[in-house]
Design a protein around this ligand. Structure first.
Ligand SMILES: CC(C)(COP(=O)(O)OP(=O)(O)OC[C@H]1O[C@@H](n2cnc3c(N)ncnc32)[C@H](O)[C@@H]1OP(=O)(O)O)[C@@H](O)C(=O)NCCC(=O)NCCS
Length: 190
């Protein structure tokens, strides 16, 4: 599976999209595609939570909800999801969705979401959830068009621990403890 960032923009008629289960050889390309899409400047929170373990972990725990879209040898997009059962409700949760810029606005996310929702319905899901950064207009528009609604805003707060009056002192203390330990280690004789 190759990266598609160097591909010329394909014509809509020119390509067949295949939606299939993510396989072991897709793990690295999916990770790298996500890395190129979930960037810190655009969506800092999404960026911070995307790492190799998102892909590996979902592949391990929910392989049936790890799908890729391919066009020939190229990875065009992916989705990772999970099922949450609470009381008598089964919720389908789309955790990640990404389409390579070369293939966007051609209905690939549409097909990925249809397929994952079909699988989740099969597993008993009667309610779907997804979340994204409110500034992520393409995603918000995409999910709204897809039928998602009832938007609830959720705020994330963060803190630089180094700058906090108490936690900053703790960090300085830990640092000096580590320095002391390093300096007091017996030196190897030569
Ligand atoms: C959101 C995303 C997955 C959509 O993928 P896609 O394959 O381009 O979507 P589709 O072609 O199936 O659907 C297109 C529809 O979504 C909406 N949409 C998609 N991109 C849009 C954009 N840049 N601006 C406005 N609306 C957009 C529109 O309603 C569009 O319909 P239209 O083309 O008829 O106007 C893709 O833009 C992406 O990968 N974004 C970066 C990763 C991301 O933010 N993922 C979601 C959070 S995990």
């Amino acid at each position: 599976m190759t990266s598609d960032s160097d591909l010329p923009a394909p014509n809509l008629e020119d390509f067949d999209v295949e939606i299939r289960d993510m396989g072991i050889d897709d793990l690295a390309p999916v990770y790298h595609l996500g890395e190129s899409l979930f960037t810190s400047d655009l969506y800092p929170y999404i960026y911070r939570t995307w790492d190799e373990w998102e892909v590996i972990g979902q592949f391990n725990t929910d392989p049936e909800y790890c799908l890729v879209a391919t066009v020939g040898d190229h990875l065009a997009g992916f989705t990772l999801g999970t099922i949450i059962s609470k009381a008598s409700w089964v919720y389908g949760y789309i955790l990640w969705l990404g389409v390579s810029p070369q293939f966007q606005r051609r209905g690939i996310a549409d097909q990925l979401v249809d397929r994952i929702v079909e699988r989740m319905i099969d597993e008993g899901a009667r309610f779907m959830m997804v979340d994204t950064d409110p500034a992520n207009i393409p995603a918000v528009k995409f999910f709204t068009r897809k039928g998602f609604g009832n938007v609830r805003k959720h705020i994330f707060l963060s803190m630089n621990l180094n700058k906090h009056e108490y936690y900053g002192k703790l960090i300085a203390y830990e640092r000096s403890k580590a320095d002391r330990q390093r300096n007091s280690r017996p030196r190897r004789r030569t």
